[in-house]
Design a protein around this ligand. Structure first.
Ligand SMILES: NC(=O)c1ccc[n+]([C@@H]2O[C@H](COP(=O)([O-])OP(=O)(O)OC[C@H]3O[C@@H](n4cnc5c(N)ncnc54)[C@H](O)[C@@H]3O)[C@@H](O)[C@H]2O)c1
Length: 314
């Protein structure tokens, strides 16, 4: 059966492309690799220092009886362990691929105060050679960044290791920094990946633009988010909510001296909507239901076992 030809937003056939994806082993990278392998003919060189989150795409599936099983995307994804900070092979790799996607960064707010120099290097200085090699070799680049680049405004993704979620699984109270009054918007990772795929496959509409990828409809205070997460997790796990669901901590106690954050961030969807026709679809309740179901299935038993172990004392 002939494969269906993929069309771009202007109705033109999309030719298979080769992608050098830096930071492919992270949260967004692993979801993007899954999407590219499952739904497109594109080839990916996954560049990272870790590969745990994409191991399932790289390793061959279990042998079926009498025959070697293969992934449908066999041969289209390859992992290259490389630190972009100091590796002379980077330019050679970028030259070989049609498109470079740079996701490598330190992007955990708790690190901003404790590792400020690493954060600045990782988000800015370490990326400069990537930008230079793409520019000098006339290669397309899609570069990711956090909403922090805007200063005190604009929207946010749901971080993968959200401390609220870890506490939920451990049945510990959720910590609300400064009363949890900051407002945030949350976009479902699968919606965000749809937006990135549109950028990849529609260069004529995407090149030269800066896109916010967020969901302005999913705006809540962190306190409201905690309350919804408690309800959703109780439904997902079948366990009653903990007796003391939240406790207040000061930002100084939680993040350390000098932590500063926005009170409100709303992503402006005008450009992404106009150029790519993209709109997020998933409601806050549905994205939490899907995320917490996954977390519960994957980690709850391991956490319960770890917590049941006696703690060594000296
Ligand atoms: N996840 C979010 O909530 C979110 C929100 C807004 C923006 N972003 C942006 O998207 C990008 C990716 O975010 P993520 O959540 O996937 O982050 P992540 O931490 O899960 O993934 C980043 C990956 O980059 C790799 N990496 C870091 N430094 C490297 C180096 N020197 N050489 C090679 N690999 C290196 C890490 O090993 C990691 O696998 C970042 O720029 C981030 O700021 C993420």
């Amino acid at each position: 059966m002939a494969a269906t030809v993929r069309l771009d937003l202007d109705g033109n056939p999309i030719a298979p492309m080769t992608i050098c994806m830096i930071g492919a082993g992270g949260f967004i990278g692993s979801h993007l690799c899954e999407k590219l392998m499952a739904e497109t003919p594109h080839t990916v060189l996954a560049v990272d220092v870790y590969s745990d989150k994409i191991k399932h795409l790289l390793d061959p599936p279990a042998y079926a009886e009498g025959q070697q099983a293969r992934h449908p995307w066999d041969g289209r994804i390859q992992f290259h362990r490389l630190n972009i900070k100091h590796d002379s092979r980077l330019e050679g790799l970028i030259k070989m691929y049609d498109l470079t996607i740079n996701l490598a960064a330190i992007c955990t707010p708790a690190d901003y105060n404790t590792r400020p120099l690493d954060t600045i290097y990782s988000n800015f200085i370490d990326s400069l050679p990537v930008v230079r090699y793409c520019s000098e070799n006339s290669k397309r680049l899609i570069h990711f960044s956090t909403c922090e680049v805007y200063g005190k405004t604009i929207g946010s993704f749901l971080p993968k290791d959200h401390p609220l979620r870890k506490n939920l699984l451990r049945r510990e109270p959720l910590k609300l920094v400064d009363g949890g009054q900051s407002q945030r918007t949350f976009v479902y990772i699968k919606d965000a990946i749809e937006a990135v795929l549109l950028m990849i496959e529609n260069p004529a509409r995407a090149n030269g633009h800066i896109f916010n990828v967020g969901n302005p409809n999913n705006e809540v205070t962190v306190k409201q988010l905690a309350e919804i997460m408690i309800q959703v997790y109780s439904k997902v796990s079948g366990e009653p909510p903990v007796e003391v669901p939240t406790i207040d901590v000061s930002s100084k106690e939680f993040y350390g001296e000098g932590y500063d954050d926005s009170d409100k961030r709303i992503p402006d969807m005008t450009i992404i909507n106009k150029q790519l026709g993209w709109n997020p679809k998933t409601s806050l309740w549905d994205l939490l239901d899907s995320t917490l179901t996954y977390q519960h299935r994957t980690y709850a038993e391991a956490i319960r076992r770890a917590m049941a172990k006696p703690v060594a004392s000296s």
